[in-house]
Ligand binder design. Sequence first.
Ligand SMILES: [Zn+2]
Length: 343
Amino acid sequence: MQDLSRYVRQMRYPPMGEAGQQRLASTRALVVGCGALGTVIANTLVRAGVGKVRIVDRDFVELTNLQRQVLFDEDDLAADLPKAIAAANKLQRINRQVEVEPLVADVSPQNVEELTANVDVIVDGTDNFETRYLLNDIAVRDNIPWIYGGCIGAEGQSMTILPGETPCLRCLMPEPPPAGTTPTCDTAGILGPIVNVVASIESMEAIKILSGNRESISRSLTVIDLWDNRLRQVSVAKLREQMNCVCCQQHEYAWLAGSRGSHSAVLCGRNAIQLSPATAVQLSLEDLAKKLSPLGQVKLNRYLLRLIVDPYTLTIFPDGRAIIAGTDDIAEARTVYAKFIGT
Ligand SMILES: [Zn+2]
């Protein structure tokens, strides 16, 4: 039996109790994206004593992250650590009772089944709709509760999806907003406190689900503007009957089937493009480093290879994925990828 003494304040809350705590310890959560929202969510769930927390993130720590991404520090930046690894290192020092599993990967139709296998809840720490629609597809298909959250500027929103019971993300938004029409953290900026609020709402919803308190989850879309001090609960209960949703009513999973979505992504607020190979590869970063070192400045650690060749900085992962900074043009990024990594 696990020593529960660190959770005594949490167990004193009647709906949690010792039974809820023990239940929490036997569950698994998947946190997708470990940036602003994801670091707060992972921090909260690990401290609360969720049995296993799997963290998936495709990116590495950058200077502009430190303003709001609470698990990272200047040492992580200096070590060029992927976010999932830096987060897991810190979280294990916070609570060794929890099994933290970091995965440096981009969630795609190819790997999403494996990533969501045996999890009791999926919590949204992403910054893009492509990944969210993919998560919505698998959550609805496999009947996994999932919690949507997003924020920009000083505003944010969250909705909990219990498949078969409450509306899904596509009942709320049948199609993702067209690229370029929504503000990004590049154009609108982002303030730390709204991240903490939205991530805390998501974490609380996850804790309710995992501790066996499903009846207490929110049945509304929560919309918050922290600058104007407004919190609204938008009723969404009727959406399931009204929308005849392609996903949760007609059971068409276009994002999961890969007929929607792409292998490239413009990264939010970064002047950078992510490119993924169409088929799975396993690169030897050491061999690649030898090949690339005559061409520019090469840095290598266990998790990634960095090539600086003016005006670009390429960060290459063992799965063949690359983040190419120095351009926001996908075609240009593809050319750079082909030139240095190959196709
Ligand atoms: Zn739906």
